[in-house]
Write a protein that binds this ligand. Structure first.
Ligand SMILES: CC(C)=CCC/C(C)=C/CC/C(C)=C/CC/C(C)=C/COP(=O)(O)OP(=O)(O)O
Ligand SMILES: O=P(O)(O)OC[C@@H](O)CO
Ligand SMILES: [Mg+2]
Length: 252
């Protein structure tokens, strides 16, 4: 049960310290009606997920986003964290936003422009911004295409390290290594380990292509502080059971 006076970033960091790894469930508001999203969120929380991330690369804003958040908040009391594909992915009903720059994008819109367009809303709505370096590796999926990322090759950890260090030196608190939603394989343990080594205490999020406890544990053991799963939660018939499998594999 979260302390509501605590900031979301502190809440997540504290779980990472105490339990070894945080589990985040990603819900795409464009994938199902708000009531169904709320049922998924409830089952995920019952299964032990630590927070709900809300976002999508395509069509994830507006009324559907607001209604999805409102319905989810009726069902659960863990934090809701926006994962916006652009400035349209913000909602007054969320607790926090992963305020990210896609560092390896070729398109300035994903490096600073959406951030500038969204920042006044974050301020006005009072959403907690969590600064984050977002780095996409092969295969990259939809988000790699939409974000026009110069994908980091799977076998080039040194390039992921270079971008991660740049993010840290620019003052970003979190780093997110993304293989793309639904990737056939997640980011390699070698890349995760090399990046975590240079990040030190800065938190590392890993997502894309993680579908089972065994894979989640490999990523956590390699150095991920937080594991994101989205697609598998959309696909499974038993969300609670699937989340329990993932959570029990990565927590102390
Ligand atoms: C901070 C603000 C206001 C905006 C940031 C804008 C940036 C940098 C976006 C990065 C590029 C991007 C398109 C990110 C989307 C992240 C996301 C929600 C991925 C989830 O992917 P899915 O939507 O599940 O993928 P599919 O559409 O393939 O299912
Ligand atoms: O859908 P999956 O493959 O779990 O990926 C989650 C997340 O990393 C996508 O941004
Ligand atoms: Mg998706």
């Amino acid at each position: 049960m979260p302390d509501l006076h605590m900031k979301v970033e502190e809440y997540l960091n504290e779980i990472a310290e105490r339990e070894g790894t945080v589990h985040l469930t990603l819900i795409d508001p464009a994938s199902q009606p708000p009531e169904v999203a709320a049922d998924i969120a409830k089952a995920a929380v019952d299964g032990g997920t630590d927070a709900i991330m809300i976002g999508g690369s395509t069509g994830a804003g507006g009324l559907a986003l607001d209604q999805t958040l409102l319905k989810i908040k009726e069902q659960i009391d863990v934090p809701t964290v926006l994962f916006p594909g652009n400035a349209g992915g913000l909602s007054i009903y969320a607790d926090a936003v992963l305020f990210m720059s896609l560092l390896n994008s070729r398109d300035i819109n994903y490096v600073t422009t959406n951030q500038a367009m969204g920042a006044p809303l974050v301020y006005k709505y009072g959403i907690e911004p969590i600064s984050m370096a977002y780095i996409i590796t092969e295969p990259g999926g939809t988000v790699g295409w939409v974000g026009d990322a110069k994908l980091i090759p799977r076998n080039k950890p040194e390039l992921a390290v270079a971008y991660s260090l740049a993010g840290k030196y620019m003052g970003m608190h979190y780093t997110y290594l993304e293989a793309g939603s639904g990737a056939d394989q997640p980011v390699t343990p070698a890349t995760i380990g090399a990046v975590k080594h240079v990040l030190g205490d800065n938190k590392l999020i890993v997502g894309g292509g993680i579908r089972d406890g065994r894979t989640a544990k490999i990523c956590a053991d390699a150095g991920a502080d937080m594991i994101v799963t989205g697609t598998i939660v959309e696909e499974t018939d038993d969300v609670r059971n699937k989340i329990e499998e993932l959570v029990s594999a990565i927590k102390k």
